[in-house]
Write a protein that binds this ligand. Structure first.
Ligand code: ADP
Ligand code: MG
Length: 239
């Protein structure tokens, strides 16, 4: 069963000659972590934004948890897609405590309980009353993840979540993010231009270039049997 299914997604931005996405097909199995890997400009963020509903494709369809959320006739807005999102810069509210950042917009009866639960999941117990500027980069990322997971989304989308972390922290957070997503039982799509991120965190990697999918496979398959020279160079190159 797929939690995310993109069929023949294409998108050309206004004023551009080249399509940003050209016939993209993606299937993400329930409970798996899939990485969109590719160089800058390959269409990773646009794909993620189309899944989230921040952007609309010209053609093709998007289904989340078996429900079509976007095609020629239907459109379900981002807030009703059951997704949680982690942005590159974390997008925390500077004037809110960690507790209230995580609970932002959460109106459920179990709000306080749920916030405590996800704080435990991301190892932030004791940080309830801190403000974002009192936290390290890794801690800010934990807050962003906790906020994304608080409402029990079916799907978590993460766009370059490690790009603001130094090398040591990056390695540590790769494993942490993987553990947290798996423990939360979420399905995740993760965007990165770093092949080491992709190789270490993913159940499946989708290599993109110029708005097209080049290859889809497990980290091992892609590393051992790259389909063309581009994939071979990209997956083997150091950052
Ligand atoms: P990536 O995340 O892989 O770096 P993007 O999805 O951001 O790539 O961009 C894919 C292509 O679409 C690029 O050529 C980029 O310039 C273009 N693009 C992205 N967003 C916009 C936008 N809002 N308006 C016009 N062009 C855009
Ligand atoms: Mg991007």
């Amino acid at each position: 069963m797929f939690d995310i299914e993109l069929k023949s997604i294409s998108k050309t931005f206004l004023g551009s000659d080249e399509p940003a996405l050209n016939d993209i097909n993606i299937e993400v199995e329930k409970g798996s972590i899939v990485t969109l890997l590719g160089p800058s400009g390959s269409g990773k963020s646009t794909t993620l934004r189309i899944i989230a509903g921040f952007e609309r494709a010209e053609s093709g369809s998007v289904a989340i948890a078996g429900e079509v959320v976007s095609d020629e006739v239907s459109w379900i807005p981002p807030e009703r897609r059951g997704i949680g999102m982690v942005f590159q810069d974390y997008a925390l509210f500077p004037h809110l405590t960690v507790f209230n950042n995580i609970g932002f917009g959460y109106k459920g009866k179990d709000r306080d309980e749920r916030i405590k639960e996800v704080m435990k999941l991301v190892n932030l117990e004791g940080f309830e009353k801190r403000y974002p500027n009192e936290l390290s980069g890794g801690q800010q990322q934990r807050v962003a993840l906790a906020r994304a997971l608080a409402r029990r989304p079916v799907v978590v989308l993460l766009d370059e979540p490690f790009s603001n972390l130094d090398a040591d922290l990056r390695i540590q957070m790769r494993m942490e993010v993987k553990r947290i997503i798996k423990e939360a039982g979420a399905t995740a799509v993760f965007v990165s231009h770093d092949q080491k991120d992709a190789l270490s965190i993913s159940d499946k990697i989708i290599v993109m270039r110029d708005g097209k999918v080049q290859q889809t496979g497990t980290p091992q398959e892609i590393y051992k049997n790259p389909i063309n020279r581009f994939v071979a160079t990209f997956i083997g190159s150091s950052t």
